[in-house]
Design a protein around this ligand. Structure first.
Ligand SMILES: Cc1cc2nc3c(=O)[nH]c(=O)nc-3n(C[C@H](O)[C@H](O)[C@H](O)COP(=O)(O)OP(=O)(O)OC[C@H]3O[C@@H](n4cnc5c(N)ncnc54)[C@H](O)[C@@H]3O)c2cc1C
Length: 459
């Protein structure tokens, strides 16, 4: 049977939408969040349920098609889409079911975090996620998941109870700490290497209204603020989260006009508690270096989650570099200030996310996510809508990374990486790599799922 005949047969068995290059919907369907990515798959299968996912896996296997798994389409390296192969697009599987008495949240494999935030908020709950609501649950969770609630509740995977998975041979399994526990260990940080997760069962945490928002300082204060921050955030109550940023002030409200487009540094806070308590905890920085501007107030957690979405619409070009850090040394702070002054475009930024607190209380070998002993996860992103600036944003991010990397812990958060080769992947999983490779050999010996930060099956 020719591939075209196989596709015709597949269309008959599939409930969702199938998109081919000749279809009008093709160019829209192959776009991912990062505008730098321009891949042309042979086929896009928008799955409506688990049966569709199984059908798509079997079809790809029978026809020797390369497969990419698409959740929210946000991946830095654009790993949700592939050239010439089959994109298994989970976006129509976007249900969320909250069980308030069990405090669990069942999430379809194609959801975005905004779907989860919306559904859980009505019950006074939240699932610890990231910093942006438009990111996919699938990719973020399977890589680990770092966000506003990390210090108190750990990574997103630390709140994961079980998953439904379609494996490389088209079979379906459930994985949890009781069932297929090796697979459950591997998917908690190992990305999309082991199968297609069609449902995630999370523990919901009692988070409703938080006191949150950014404080901004002039770059002349950046070194002092960063030195204060590195001591503060490792000692602060775990209800307080705050990430440090080098940024340009967006040209619009709520920022005052005189600050628009000014290069500054910031800390974006999220406190689970009263405004009075928050103000007591933050009094030292306000009196030590009063912020040039702050927008810190009680707000519903979903509002905080979507605060930055308008600044980062889909389709901008992004170039990513990342590292974990155990400490922020004085010498590294000099580099941050130097590259903060050289931010190449207003949407380009550097974030330093704390991964201490609850994250550090889980062992480095307890889940595939290895860097439990790091204190920060940094990301440097060159961002701009204009392709003409691609070289400029890429070079700035690379130079910044080259200057910072010698101060790093070795590896990087895999969700913040472009395609950087096997050495970087090994550096990220450290002592967990060989176990991951052995589990890959058990569940996906032919490396069917290889459009990802790939872990090769052990020989
Ligand atoms: C603007 C922006 C903000 C971000 N903020 C954060 C943040 O705050 N915290 C954080 O931790 N990360 C953050 N990230 C990184 C994010 O976690 C990764 O980009 C992640 O890969 C996105 O997941 P996705 O499902 O949207 O990606 P996709 O591009 O759809 O998928 C990426 C990869 O994930 C795997 N995958 C996705 N869904 C599934 C599934 N259901 N089953 C199996 N494999 C799957 C596949 O291997 C796929 O190749 C951010 C990214 C962006 C662009």
């Amino acid at each position: 049977m020719s591939l075209q005949e196989a596709i015709t047969e597949f269309r008959g068995q599939f409930h969702g939408t199938v998109v081919e290059p000749s279809d009008a919907a093709y160019d829209e369907a192959r776009k991912v969040y990062n505008g730098m990515i321009d891949r042309k798959p042979r086929l896009i299968a928008k799955c409506t349920d688990v049966a569709d996912v199984i059908t798509a896996v079997k079809m790809a296997k029978a026809n020797d098609l390369r497969v990419s798994i698409r959740g929210g389409g946000h991946n830095a390296a654009g790993l949700g889409v592939c050239d010439d192969g089959l994109v298994i697009d989970l976006s129509p599987i976007n249900y969320v079911r909250v069980d308030p008495s069990a405090r669990t949240v069942l999430v379809g494999g194609g959801c975005k975090w905004r779907d989860v935030d919306h559904a859980t908020h009505a019950f006074g709950l939240a699932v610890p996620c990231g910093f942006i609501a438009s990111t996919g649950v699938g990719g973020l969770t399977l890589g680990g998941g770092i966000g506003h609630l990390t210090r108190k509740y750990g990574l997103t995977i630390d709140n994961l109870l079980s998953v439904d998975v379609v494996l490389a041979d088209g079979s379906f399994v459930v994985a949890s700490s009781e069932e297929n526990s090796d697979l459950f260990w591997a998917i908690r940080g190992g990305g999309g290497n082991f199968g297609i997760v069609t449902a995630f069962l999370f523990e919901g945490q009692p988070v409703h209204t938080v006191c949150a928002g950014p404080m901004l300082w002039e770059l002349k204060d950046a070194a002092d603020v960063m030195k204060w921050y590195r001591e503060f955030i490792t000692q602060a109550p775990e209800e307080m989260n705050g990430f440090f940023a080098m940024m340009t002030v967006p040209p619009g409200p709520p920022f005052p006009e005189p600050l628009h487009m000014k290069k500054m540094c910031a800390i974006v806070w999220c406190y689970q508690g009263s405004l009075e308590q928050a103000n007591t905890i933050l009094e030292p920085i306000r009196s030590y270096r009063p912020p040039a501007f702050e927008f810190f107030a009680p707000m519903p957690f979903p509002m905080l989650q979507s605060l930055f979405d308008p600044i980062y619409p889909s389709g901008l070009e992004w170039y990513w570099k990342a590292d974990f850090f155990n400490e922020i040394s004085d010498a590294s702070i000099e580099k941050h200030v130097e590259f903060g002054e050289k931010l190449p475009t207003w949407q380009s930024t550097m974030h330093m996310y704390p991964v201490n607190g609850k994250v550090n209380r889980v062992g480095t070998g307890d889940t595939a996510f290895s860097y439990r002993d790091a204190a920060w996860s940094s990301v440097i992103v060159g961002v701009d809508p204009d392709t003409a600036n691609r070289e400029k944003i890429t070079q700035w991010a690379r130079d910044y990374y080259d200057a910072l990397h010698p101060f790093g812990a070795g590896g990087a958060y895999m969700n913040f990486m472009m395609e950087e080769g096997e050495d970087r992947i090994r550096a990220t999983y450290r002592g967990n790599y060989n176990r991951l490779a052995a589990i890959k050999a058990k569940y996906d010996p032919g490396n069917f799922f290889r459009v990802n930060q790939n872990i090769r099956p052990a020989a």
